[in-house]
Write a new protein. Structure first.
Length: 281
């Protein structure tokens, strides 16, 4: 069965992620390694990295990170693209220093330059980043999107095209978000639609390239192209779909990360964890 976990805060230091994850019974974790809404951040200290790696080893949990939302590897604007490349390279350095397994990033939007031009920009940008640094522990994971506006990755064929163009394919992979897939038009709610989605993923990307899932319900209907997460069972995807997913033997080895609303009491993830554990009991 999938390794159910959540995105947890690193307020007070990155090592705090394990304490917060443990309180919820997490089997996997996701964190930010810097502010997701700023380009700049203070350097990661050697002491913080050492403390994190010690707790990481003791916990045995798979840990991924999510990259800053500002990053747009498909931007036709030279200054924005250059900042995105530098920013993503910095986050990869931080992830490697912490020994993380993956760094999830949204591919970005082409802003009117065209889908194929944007796809090529993403691939060229990733090639430049990977060519400039030695391989580390961290895979770069492209996340599917809701397909809103000019954002790329709403269709699996777009992510597959990026992977085909990237030179060092062994250093990249994909993260699948359930809310984004549903919002972009994949009807994973029915058993037939769920299987069709995975068949499409296998054909365009390959399940061997799937390294992480974001398990989020959706506030908006199928094909709405709106990226609004909802708590498990409270949205339009529903509990049966998540039960099907967490019991799917093809996905049993993967981290399954909650990014659902935490609520006014900050217990949203804990409640969703309890729901998911009950579904797989």
């Amino acid at each position: 069965m999938g390794l159910i976990g959540a995105h947890v805060s690193t307020a007070g230091g990155v090592v705090k992620a394990f304490e917060r994850g443990s309180a919820m019974g997490c089997e996997s974790l996701q964190i930010f390694v810097k502010s997701p809404n700023q380009w700049r951040a203070k350097p990661l200290s050697a002491d913080d990295a050492a403390a994190f790696k010690k707790e990481h080893a003791a916990s045995g949990l798979p840990v991924t990170a999510h990259a800053a939302y500002l990053i747009n590897l498909a931007s036709p604007k030279e200054d924005a693209l250059a900042a995105s490349v530098v920013g993503l390279a910095d986050e990869l350095d931080r992830c490697d220093a912490l020994g993380l397994g993956g760094l999830v990033v949204h591919p970005g939007g082409h802003l009117g330059s065209g889908v194929m031009t944007g796809i090529e920009s993403v691939a060229r940008s990733i090639d430049a980043i990977l060519a400039s640094r030695e391989p580390g522990s961290t895979l770069l994971l492209l996340e599917n999107t809701a397909g809103q506006g000019t954002s790329l990755g709403g269709r699996f064929e777009e992510l597959g095209a990026m992977l085909k163009l990237i030179d060092q394919k062994q250093r990249v992979g994909v993260c699948l978000d359930t809310c984004h897939a549903y919002s972009s038009g994949y009807d994973l709610v029915t058993p037939e639609g769920y299987e069709a989605m995975l068949e499409d993923f296998e054909r365009e990307i390959g399940l061997n390239n799937l390294h992480c899932l974001h398990i989020n319900d959706s506030k908006h209907p199928l094909g709405s192209h709106k990226d609004r997460h909802e708590n498990i069972g409270d949205g339009l995807i529903g509990e049966q779909t998540f039960q099907r997913l967490i019991l799917d033997k093809r996905l049993a080895h993967l981290p399954m990360i909650l990014e659902t609303p935490t609520g006014d009491d900050d217990l949203g993830h804990a409640r969703d964890m309890d729901k998911l554990r009950a579904l797989r009991a």
